[in-house]
Ligand binder design. Structure first.
Ligand SMILES: *Cc1c(COP(=O)(O)O)cnc(C)c1O
Length: 384
């Protein structure tokens, strides 16, 4: 158990910033030097801890950071992050001034946002940059192509704002059999950019590529790519199979310890609803981690954890704060032993992707739902 956890429950996430840096450099080599990188650190850097992640990414020269909410951007500014920050989800009532104050660049997709930004900039006697989001076929945020002309003619009236970027988001770049949709979105985006330029706007940046497109669709790279998941080493449910191997390393591990260890007779019922009954005399370990911590309840009687480099199955229902595992077959197991729920122990590895597959979700949700109750510890390198 790490020293930092003295006086706390020993359940923690370990963040390996060397792996983050390795992944980032690998992506950089892949995209070359003419395309900038906008690292997506929304949702507390996909649960990895946005401040530590952003500091390292900024230190190794990532040009942009992207968050979902202005609040997330403000928290990074509070922590001393100076890199340009794009707020992907736009902004809400009365946040325009916050954007200017904290040097956050919003994405806009509705006229009222431009209007508010313009008013706030005017008050401050300055000019505010924004990136315009076009809906190229995802159907979520963005100005639809059919409404772009009228949007542009309205936007022109606001003199304290500048369209510095144009972006769109791909719906299915991770799915091989959806390549036609991805290409169609690319064409719609190109058409939108042509229309924007023809209307006299000169955005410096065009960006479209998420992780999957950064990996496999160079035609989408343009001035900036916006990878999120691959920075954190997620890949199996993020990227199309095949293509270049970016040699991504998982950045997050989730760990706990054995809090109680007991021998129970054959036929013992374990956990809520007695959903597991021992078929032999068993050694059962109780772990101080549950679904509130982000270990999905759907893994009840399905998941496995690593103890002493071996797999131990989750038995019974996962509860809010506690999980039971069967350690009967693990030799030498003791109270206080470290347990790996995500990560590597010896030659065994449990990826977030595995937990996702078993619990019917995607790796993104597994890592970003690790709750704030779980401290994030930056892993010390051997040299440190
Ligand atoms: C989250 C997000 C990304 C990053 O997606 P990944 O699949 O994690 O690379 C890129 N662009 C936008 C607009 C996003 O919301």
């Amino acid at each position: 158990m790490p020293d930092e956890l003295r006086g706390q429950r020993p359940t923690w996430a370990e963040i390996d910033l060397e792996h983050l840096e390795h992944n980032c450099r690998s992506i950089r080599r892949h995209i070359g030097v003419t395309t900038q990188m906008m690292a997506v650190v929304k949702a507390d850097a996909y649960g990895h801890g946005a401040v530590a992640v952003s500091r390292r990414l900024q230190a190794i020269g990532v040009e942009w950071l992207a968050v979902a909410l202005p609040e997330e951007g403000a928290a990074l500014r509070d922590a001393g992050i100076t890199a340009p920050i794009l707020c992907l989800g736009g902004f809400w009532n009365d946040q325009a001034d916050l954007l200017l104050q904290r040097r956050l660049t919003p994405v806009v997709y509705e006229l009222n946002l431009v209007e508010e930004l313009d008013a706030a900039a005017k008050m401050r006697r300055q000019s505010a940059d924004y990136h315009l989001k076009v809906d190229s076929g995802m159907g979520r945020l963005g100005v639809p192509l059919e409404q772009l002309a009228s949007f542009l003619s309205e936007v022109r009236k606001f003199t304290h704002v500048r369209m510095d970027g144009v972006l769109s988001h791909l719906a299915s770049a991770d799915l091989e059999n959806h390549d036609p949709q991805t290409s169609r979105q690319g064409r719609v985006f190109e058409q939108a950019v042509r229309q924007i330029r023809a209307a006299g706007f000169q955005p410096r940046y065009r960006h479209l590529a998420n992780s999957a497109a950064t990996h496999a669709k160079p035609e989408t790279w343009m001035e900036i790519v916006r990878p999120g998941a691959i920075l954190y080493g997620l890949r199996e449910d993020v990227l199309q199979p095949g293509g270049i191997d970016l040699r991504l390393e998982p950045v997050l591990a989730l760990k706990s310890v054995i809090e109680q260890l007991k021998s129970v007779p054959k036929g013992s019922a374990l956990g809520y609803g007695a959903s597991f009954r021992t078929s032999r005399e068993s050694r059962i370990a109780t772990l101080p981690i549950g679904y509130h911590d982000g270990y999905p309840r759907a893994l009840s009687n399905l998941g496995t954890v690593l103890v002493r480099g071996r797999r131990a199955p989750v038995v019974g229902r996962i509860s809010m704060d506690l999980t039971l595992v069967d350690v009967t077959d693990i030799e030498g197991v003791r109270l206080g032993d470290e347990v790996t729920l995500i990560g590597q122990d010896g030659d065994q590895v449990i990826l977030a992707e595995e937990l996702a597959r078993l619990s019917g979700t995607i790796s993104y949700e597994i890592v970003c739902r690790i709750s704030p109750r779980v401290p994030r510890l930056v892993r010390k390198t051997d040299a440190a």
